[in-house]
Every structure is written in structure tokens, then in C-alpha cells.
Design a protein around this ligand. Structure first.
Ligand code: SF4
Length: 577
């Protein structure tokens, strides 16, 4: 059976299963979500109103045996940035949707009334179940209820109380293979799901088909080469499996680019307490697991299962960006407490970056003190989760808190919090933050690879030379990779191993019977970026939105005492392609 478009109308509680338009056939993941959002969503619409849509699309290779191809993309207009958003996630949803034949799940409109719904998507139909018993509950409650209800293989995507309250720090959580949670993070997409009164979506794996391949032999051969490239690379094959993404704490700290205490310093004196090596040592001594995959078929396995001192499960998917956000950014040095906060934010479906950067700013507002992890935990658990007035302020994100308290040092681009790499000290990453249509987003073009990790060559992180070109090339490549369903970490072998990218393209060709070349893939990345920028321009964005917060221009960041020193003209050069 050919893939279909599943289109859901939440006002009438009806659905249609449509043929895939010919112009969408060769697209997947981010290329397809951004194409559909650009075509069908009015850029001027209110992101929480009836005219916004949620568009879920598995990647082009999702559902196949290709290593690391299980990412699902979600597109919408972001209520946090006001621009287009694509957020991709591991977990089980991409593989199940792809095998079920769902090319795209498009959710439109909002219901009349206050009832929340559970949507169940199967091969033949979409069911709408009112779910008052789930309202006011958080992710693990919903997940357990769904697994009990179906007692079979289903993908589960849900929101917790912050999503119901349409908070801009809310994510959409996705079940992983072990029954834990992954997130469609950044951009407040949980609020969009809350606005559509959808508490959870389950996707039925019962009648799914094996994904067909146009040339199984060619696919197998290319897949072998691709997997070998992932395993042979020192970062994706050794560093990430051994220490997780948290291997970056020491590396970025040594480079002077670890944002500390709301972007005041580039090094953290307690980095050793929260780094990947300490985490791996704790796991070795206590139990838990290094080398863990967020979706089936991941051969890098950068994820971790982290236990407390009594060898009791604390959290998993314990990522560098989250540990930085709660650790160096908030001056917290207790890794176990950070793990406890991480688990709480998973259950509440909160974006760890946006929420924690907002808490860092809350220190400047006099609400919290650096290093007071217990109070930070209480603010999330009691204020934010219960929607008190203070909780709603924090749940509205960094930019809003900054405005409400009259603060000047507000680390956002396009109103989205700047993540874990100091743009003044890792300048290529800074160019990505200001130019990507997504708002400050490290995954949009991971210049850390070439600025710090010497992957794909070396561009000095402290100098401006070559950074715009680097960020442009990486963003074009990332937009294409985000369309395949691959995770970001295939970038390391792709940058360094000449066999990796051709093998990836060969797999796509063997899957679809196409004849794509390297140039076609580059052109796909360019098409996606330009389309997204055009959406943002129609939504009212100008080049004035492609700017770093002003304080970074006049405040020199220790230890290198660097400022953000790009001219506007230099940044605007990014779009000359
Ligand atoms: S490498 Fe990490 S992020 Fe990528 S698929 Fe594996 S576990 Fe997920």
C-alpha cells in the first residue's frame, strides 16, 4: 500500500486519508514539514489559533534498517518565536508512522468546547476519544495509561500540564523503545498541541508493513558502508558512546565557551562535577547504562540511563545541553540533583534549555539564587507545573521574563533561548543562532564540530574569518539531513569520511529508485532554508531579527575576553546563496 497523508480536523473531529501529491513524494522529515507549513499555514496566523497546523513527517529513511534513521519531524508556526519551526525527535514514532504508511499526519483547527482528546491513528482510520481522566496529568501517567489500554506496540506522543496551559516552554513528549521519554523540543510546540486540545496521540503498529525498497541489494551494501563510517569515526564511534553528549562539558569548558551564570563567563569552576567522565564513573559504580539508543537502529548510542547513589533509576537521555542548562548556567554542581530536575522536566514535558535559561534570568530578577538547585526544583514542580502567576511567567520563556522584569541581559535570538555554546567564544555557532529561521538552535548548523572538535577541518572559534561560510554550509547540510530521518551526529562521519555521505545518498536512491546526486542533496538543503526564511519574512521577520542580544557586543566574555563583533552586513551575507 502506498504511503498516505492523514489529515485531521479537530473542529469537526473528522479525518481524511489522502493520496500524496506528486510534488511531495520525494520529500520527508523537515523538507516535507516545512513545505506543508509554508503552503498551508498563514504566516500571519496566531500560532495558538485555528489556522496553525501541526505536521508530523517521518524522515525519508525512517522505517528502514538504515542506522540512526528513526527521527520524526514536527512542523508548525512556533508560538515562542512567531516563525516556522521544525523539531525532530528520536523514540518510536518515526519508525511506526513510516511503516504504517503515514507520509504526513496533518492536524488542523481547534475544537469547540474545553474537552481534551486522545487521537488514535491506525492504518484505516483516526479515532477521537475524549479523555477527561488524563487531563491535569503528566507524561508518565499518560504513557502508562496508553500502554495499559493498548497492551501492544503503539507510539505515544503526549503533553503534560504545561502543554495543556499552552506554556511556551512546553514540548511534546514521545515514547522511546524502553518506555521512557524523548522530546520534540524548542519553540513551544507543546502549546500548539494544547491549543488543539490534544492530550495524546497514539499510533498503532499492529497492521504496519515492512518498508519497501526499490533495490534491496544496493540498499544493504550502502547501509553497511554507512554504518561502518558511523562506527569508525572517533566521535560517533568512541566519544559519544562512552560518555554521551555530556563528553562536551569538559571540551567546551576548556575552550572557554561553556556559558556560565547566565552567559557571564565561558568556564565553570565545577565542570568536573557535572562532566561526562563523572557521569560515566557514577554509572560504572552505581548501575545504569552508557551506550543507549533513543530509537531502534541507532548504532552510535549517545544516550545514557542514570541511577542515583542507591542504584535507583533517576533519568535517561541525560544530554549535555540539559546538564549545562541546569549546571553551569544555574551554578548547580550536584549531578544527581540535575538528573532529578531532568526527570521532572521530562514528566512535565518542559524544554530543559528554555526553562533553565529562563531560570538563569530569574536570578537576575531576584527570584532565585545561583547554586540553589532545591529552589529551582521547587519553582518547576510547584509554581510552573501548577500554573501559579510566577509559574506562568517562567513557563512563558526567557524573553518574556526578561521583558516583565526590565532586564537587559536576555540571551535569546528570535525570542528563543540561546543554548549551550557561548556565541562569543564559538563564533560559528553564533552565526547559526542568529541566521537559522528556527531561533537560537544549536542543531540547525552545528559549527562546534569544526570550531572545537576539528571535524570537517578547523575554523578558529574566536575569530570571525570563515564563520559565515561555515555556518551556511552546515545549515544547508543539516536541513538536508533533517529530511532523511537521520540524527544530527551522523554529521561527524559525514564531514570526515568521504564514503559516508555517498552511502547515505545511495540508501535514499535504493529506497525510492531515484538517482539523486550530492548536488541534489545540497539543493534540497538550500530549498528548505529559503522556504523557511520566506515563511518568516511573510510573518514579519526582517534581517533585524538575525541579530545577537546587544549585551554580547559590549560585554567581553572571560576567559578570552571576546565580544560578538560581527557587523550586520557580515551576518546578512549568510543568505547570499
Ligand atoms: S546517537 Fe544519540 S541522538 Fe542520535 S539516534 Fe543515537 S541515541 Fe539518539
Amino acid at each position: 500500500m502506498a504511503d498516505k497523508i492523514y489529515r485531521v480536523d479537530m473542529k469537526t473531529l473528522t479525518y481524511k486519508i489522502e493520496e500524496v501529491p506528486s510534488e511531495w513524494l520525494g520529500l520527508g522529515g523537515r523538507a516535507l514539514t516545512s513545505t506543508i507549513v509554508a503552503k498551508e499555514v498563514d504566516p500571519e496566523c496566531h500560532p495558538l489559533g485555528p489556522n496553525n497546523k501541526m505536521v508530523f513527517c517521518p524522515g525519508l529513511l525512517s522505517g528502514t534498517s538504515a542506522a540512526n534513521s528513526g527521527r520524526n519531524s514536527l512542523g508548525a508556526k512556533s508560538p515562542l518565536t512567531g516563525g516556522i519551526k521544525e523539531s525532530n525527535v528520536g523514540g518510536t514514532s518515526a519508525g511506526i508512522m513510516a511503516k504504517l504508511g503515514v507520509k504526513a499526519l496533518i492536524i488542523e483547527n481547534i475544537p469547540d468546547g474545553d474537552e481534551f482528546y486522545h487521537l488514535h491513528v491506525s492504518r484505516e482510520k483516526v479515532e477521537f476519544h475524549p479523555c477527561p481522566e488524563l487531563v491535569g496529568k503528566d507524561n508518565y501517567f499518560v504513557l502508562d495509561a496508553m500502554l495499559e489500554k493498548y497492551s501492544k506496540k503503539v507510539a505515544v506522543m503526549s503533553i503534560a500540564r504545561p502543554g495543556e496551559m499552552k506554556m511556551l516552554t512546553s514540548n511534546i513528549s514521545v515514547k522511546d523503545p524502553q518506555g521512557k521519554l524523548r522530546s520534540h523540543g524548542r519553540g513551544g510546540l507543546g502549546a500548539v498541541m494544547g491549543s488543539k486540545k490534544i492530550k495524546c496521540i497514539t499510533v498503532d503498529a499492529e497492521k504496519y508493513k515492512e518498508t519497501t525498497l526499490a533495490d534491496p541489494e544496493k540498499f544493504k551494501e550502502a547501509s553497511k558502508i554507512f554504518t561502518k563510517a558511523l562506527k569508525d569515526n572517533p566521535i560517533s564511534g568512541e566519544g559519544l558512546p562512552a560518555f554521551g553528549t555530556n563528553v562536551l562539558v569538559n571540551i567546551i569548558n576548556e575552550a572557554g565557551g561553556l556559558p556560565t551564570r547566565n552567559f557571564r563567563e565561558g568556564t565553570y569552576e565545577f565542570a568536573e562535577n557535572i562532566c561526562g567522565e563523572t557521569m560515566a564513573e557514577n554509572i560504572k559504580n552505581r548501575g545504569g547504562k552508557t551506550t543507549h539508543g533513543c530509537h531502534a537502529g541507532c548504532v552510535i548510542q549517545c544516550s545514557q540511563v542514570y541511577h542515583d547513589k542507591d542504584d535507583k533509576y533517576l533519568t535517561s537521555g541525560f544530554e549535555y545541553e540539559s546538564i549545562w542548562a541546569m549546571g553551569a548556567n544555574l551554578g548547580i554542581k550536584d549531578l544527581d540533583l540535575i538528573a532529578k530536575m531532568d526527570a521532572l522536566m521530562d514528566d512535565l514535558g518542559l524544554d530543559t534549555i528554555e526553562t533553565s535559561v529562563c531560570l538563569g534570568l530569574a536570578v537576575d530578577a531576584g527570584i532565585l539564587k545561583y547554586g540553589d538547585g532545591e529552589e529551582a526544583y521547587r519553582l518547576i514542580k510547584e509554581e510552573l507545573a501548577n500554573g501559579t502567576p510566577l509559574g506562568r511567567i517562567i513557563g512563558s520563556g526567557t524573553g518574556t521574563l526578561g521583558k516583565l522584569y526590565g532586564l537587559v541581559r536576555v540571551p535569546v535570538v528570535k525570542n528563543q533561548a540561546i543554548p549551550a555554546y557561548e556565541p562569543r567564544a564559538v563564533k560559528g555557532q553564533g552565526v547559526t543562532y542568529v541566521t537559522t529561521p528556527m531561533g537560537a538552535d544549536h542543531t540547525a548548523g552545528y559549527a562546534v564540530a569544526t570550531n572545537i572538535l576539528n571535524s570537517g577541518g578547523y575554523v578558529d572559534p574566536l575569530k570571525k574569518d570563515g564563520q559565515v561560510e561555515l555556518a551556511r554550509n552546515l545549515q544547508i547540510a543539516s536541513a538536508a539531513v533533517d529530511s532523511t530521518g537521520m540524527c544530527i551526529f551522523v554529521a561527524f562521519p559525514a564531514l570526515d569520511d568521504p564514503k559516508c555521505l555517498p552511502a547515505l545518498i545511495d540508501m535514499i536512491n535504493a529506497r525510492f529508485g531515484s538517482n539523486l546526486t550530492g548536488d541534489d542533496v545540497t539543493n534540497l538543503g538550500k530549498y528548505v532554508l529559503k522556504l523557511e526564511r520566506e515563511f518568516n519574512q511573510k510573518a514579519g521577520f526582517t534581517s533585524a531579527d538575525d541579530r545577537m542580544p546587544e549585551f554580547m557586543k559590549y560585554e567581553a566574555l572571560p576567559p578570552h575576553n571576546v565580544t560578538w563583533d560581527f557587523t550586520n552586513e557580515e551576518i546578512d551575507e549568510f543568505w547570499n546563496f
